[in-house]
Design a protein around this ligand. Structure first.
Ligand code: GYE
Length: 310
């Protein structure tokens, strides 16, 4: 029976586009929503057969997955690179095999001839938006000229969103000498690490901290717990800004525990399927398919919550 099932699957799959996708892991609400959306879009698309592989946040697992896609002779390879560097060799191997590559969500620092397109957000812009919101908010609060001490929870070390969200934020605040990042450390995009690192920040700085800038909402949510356990009020004693705009951030904002989240949409499934089909049909696809996104301060959280899809 197994043999017959295997055979019929192969026959069925024969005219489908086989898309190998190497996902990073399941480190955040964002990532879970991204995985679900890609699986859903593939399921609903009669032309796509998805081979999904989870790397559990390790580059070595992604390298293995990519090489297994080459060995299986998939039609298109897509992946979300966990970090930016270290891909040249495998990208050359994929190129030699003649398989087109789509970068999903995160970028690499490699020659752009190695991939057809990158779909995802502008992380530098997200960092800028976070800083601009903060500066405006502090002015509104009449605190524009105060010394503002910021702690930063960085994403995964070496990842594009961590590098770029840091750069974008720093670019804006460098023109405001009273805004200072007093501590900055990676919380690897997870709630548990976000909490752990925030505990260390509080131990070292205590009441000195005015603002937390977190590279994603999950780490901010972890940090909120640490702040409460320390005996301070998140969202009041410490202003909290996250990135992603996942439901968890809206829930925290509705409770007054978080002040703002910068949107970063994980809903890339449909455009990934479309790009794979366009590439196979020989159509030209843009080099960067950019996600359009907004920003949500606490005041709009309750009203926006029912509209959130992730
Ligand atoms: O912000 C974070 C996730 O690459 C944009 O990865 C993505 C980031 C997202 O773990 O929550």
């Amino acid at each position: 029976l197994m043999v017959i099932m295997g055979l019929s699957l192969n026959v069925m799959a024969a005219d489908k586009i086989v898309l190998g996708f190497s996902q990073i892991g399941a480190e955040s609400e964002w990532r879970t929503a991204n995985t679900e959306d890609i699986k859903r879009a593939a399921d609903e698309d009669p032309d796509i057969q998805l081979i999904f592989s989870d790397a559990q946040q390790k580059q070595e697992n992604q390298l293995k997955a990519l090489r297994s896609f080459i060995a299986r002779g998939v039609d298109v390879i897509a992946f979300s690179p966990v970090v930016e560097t270290g891909w040249d060799t495998v990208l050359q191997e994929i190129k030699d095999a003649g398989i087109p590559v789509i970068l999903v969500d995160r970028t690499v620092t490699a020659d752009d001839s190695y991939y057809v397109t990158y779909m995802g957000s502008d992380f530098v812009e997200e960092g800028q938006k976070a800083a601009n919101w903060l500066i405006e908010y502090m002015e509104e609060q009449g605190r524009g000229n105060e010394q503002i001490n910021i702690v930063e929870l960085q994403g995964t070390v070496g990842s594009a969103p961590a590098n770029d969200r840091k750069t974008g934020f720093a670019d804006v605040i460098k023109d405001y000498p009273n805004y200072k990042i007093i501590r900055s450390q990676s919380g690897d995009f997870t709630r548990s690490k976000g909490k752990e690192v925030m505990e260390a920040f509080l131990k070292a700085e205590g009441d000195n901290i005015d603002v937390l800038y977190s590279h994603n909402d999950d780490m901010a949510i972890g940090a909120i717990q640490a702040i409460e356990e320390y005996g301070l009020k998140p969202g009041k004693d410490i202003i909290i800004i996250g990135v992603d705009a996942v439901k968890g951030a809206f829930e925290a904002m509705i409770q007054g525990k978080m002040n703002c989240t910068v949107e970063c949409s994980p809903l890339l499934g449909n455009q990934l399927m479309q790009a794979a089909k366009d590439i196979m049909a020989g159509k030209k696809v843009p080099e960067h398919i950019k996600t359009i996104e907004g920003i949500f301060p606490q005041e709009v959280a309750l009203e926006e919550y029912p509209n959130r899809k992730y």
